[in-house]
Design a protein around this ligand. Structure first.
Ligand code: NZQ
Ligand code: ZN
Length: 386
């Protein structure tokens, strides 16, 4: 196991009927901006419940944060926060609203109005010294944004990840009832996203990190068991709770502490979202199977472990176990109604080349835990996925 620092200050408020506790979670004298997305949080009454819980506070609503949140939209909220001296931002929504709100919180205290500077640090922490305090009411289990310090913002048609310890939510409310209005497609995307968050931290080089590995395997097995139940049965609360808590644990830092990480699937997926508008979780499910087939020699020991411990494959040679585990993973995504070939999404050879060109522009030329996944290899993976 490698050296690591693990820090996570987010207070999780998990369970049904807990929105009323917002009253104790946000200071009474706070001026609060409630941020939300297109319409779901309004339409299904969550914003009204949130406002009722915060009755004594001065409240500003800011709606319209898009899926894959856009820089220009967020800057409008930043301006309001500064003009109105907002001191608490409350995200009510999925990953896009939570990420957008993290950006707003940092940008409102940025020393200049060149807020895009926040986006140019990659996976290194943004060197910020102040931010507004933020909280989340999470309505979509997928990204783990409710308990991590990261976000992804679209700026000039490219997706930029950022991280900053000041972007950890002070609290996140995870009320499973709020997720019952999700379309099936979003639940499927969420299962895939959470699954691949674990994979990108677990399926790398073996460093004998037993706790991280076994938590990761537990999360994967729970997603395999309870993801499809949640998808099929909107009333199964036990499965839904396990799915939600899996998604949070997949990316709250615990699995990734002290182990090599490989975010290649995410980096390729971000380009597919930026250029072709395919939902985040779905892009990952499309790419992962052929990425694993291409990289099976690099990831050999962990792939065998994945086959045996996650998919319970005990028979056959190591090569057969690996091949079957990857096939089962792809079949799992397909069983969620996620088609895993590029042609289905209208991406042809020209599309593949434009993904490669943009990745080059973004400097994404040496990916993976070993830094040797070049754009030629990305091309091979994409061609195999046609
Ligand atoms: O905008 P509204 O009307 O709210 O509709 C949203 C949106 O259309 C809808 N939705 C959310 N909660 C709902 C609901 N509809 C009905 N009922 C509810 N309870 O779902 C749609 C998708 O929402 P979005 O927030 O975009 O989805 P998701 O949570 O998958 O977030 C995706 C974003 O997160 C980033 C992605 O890049 C993408 O921009 N990621 C963030 C990460 C992080 N912060 O750590 C890591 C991830 O890997 C990911 O990259
Ligand atoms: Zn993701």
């Amino acid at each position: 196991m490698n050296n690591f620092d693990y820090y996570n200050p987010t207070h999780i408020v998990f369970g049904q009927d807990r929105l009323g506790e917002l009253d104790t979670l946000i200071p009474k004298n706070a001026k609060v901006m409630i941020t939300f997305g297109g319409q779901s949080a309004k339409k299904y009454g969550t914003i009204d419940t949130v406002k009722a819980a915060l009755i004594e506070r001065e409240i500003i609503e800011f709606g319209g944060i898009e899926p894959n949140p856009q820089y220009d939209t967020l800057v409008k909220a930043v301006k309001i926060c500064k003009d109105e001296q907002v001191d608490f931002v409350l995200a009510v929504g999925g990953g896009s609203v939570m990420d957008g709100t993290k950006f707003i919180a940092l940008a409102a205290k940025h020393p200049s109005d060149q807020y895009q500077e926040i986006l140019f640090h990659g996976f290194s922490p943004v060197p910020a010294s102040d931010a507004l305090t933020l909280g989340c009411v999470a309505t979509l289990p997928a990204t783990g944004s409710e308990m991590n310090m990261g976000g992804v913002i679209t700026y000039m048609a490219q997706k930029y990840p950022f991280m900053c310890p000041l972007a950890f939510p002070k609290f996140s409310i995870l009320d499973p009832d709020l997720t019952k209005t999700l379309p099936k497609e979003q639940i499927a995307n969420g299962i895939a996203d959470a699954f691949i968050h674990v994979i990108e931290q677990y399926l790398t080089q073996d460093t004998n990190a037993k706790v991280q590995d076994r938590i990761g395997e537990g999360v994967l097995k729970t997603l395999i068991e309870d993801g499809p139940v949640t998808l099929a049965d909107n009333e199964n609360m036990d499965a839904r709770k396990n799915f939600i808590w899996s998604a949070t644990n997949a990316l709250n830092g615990i699995i990734g502490a002290g182990v090599p990480q490989d975010w290649s699937t995410h980096m390729i997926g971000h380009e597919m979202t930026a250029q072709f508008g395919i939902a985040h979780g779905r892009t990952l499910a499309i790419i992962l199977p052929n990425l694993l087939r291409e990289r099976k020699d690099k990831k050999r020991a962990k792939l065998i472990q994945f086959a045996e411990r996650v998919w319970d494959i005990k028979e056959g040679s190591d090569d057969q176990k690996i091949a079957l585990a990857i096939d089962k993973t792809e079949a799992f995504f397909n069983s969620l109604d996620i088609v895993t070939n590029l042609t289905h999404y209208g991406i042809d050879n020209d599309g593949i080349e434009s993904i490669i060109t943009n990745m080059e522009k973004m400097g994404l030329t040496a990916l993976s835990e070993t830094g040797d996944l070049t754009l030629d290899i990305v091309r091979k993976i994409l061609i195999a996925t046609k």
